[in-house]
Design a protein. Sequence first.
Length: 125
Amino acid sequence: MRKPLIVVTGVDPTAMQATMASLVWALPDVVAIRHVIEPITQQLSRFVSSMHGSEDTADIDLQHACVGCAVREDILPTILRLSQEPEWKTIVACLPVSAEADHLCATIARDAQVSRYVRLASVIS
């Protein structure tokens, strides 16, 4: 069974984090992934959490501090990894601030391996 993926995007980091937290508390067995791009250091920071607290954090060096690299290097692989863990029923992906969801959505639609485990349930902007 494919797990629903809810994508959160926007331009206000506080509003995005509040939306992500609301979803974690409102839905059962949710895991949330938040990514932050640091353009100066060319790093992508990943924060994975659930209603039980922090599950994982990591800093990933990117060749380019762009959304395309972030999706390819860590966002999509993290979604795929979490979709195969049995304790999670829903995945919430909070994209980097000002990132549009269309790139991630198109990549999921084209990637047979990812679309086997995940279905796009909603985009909240």
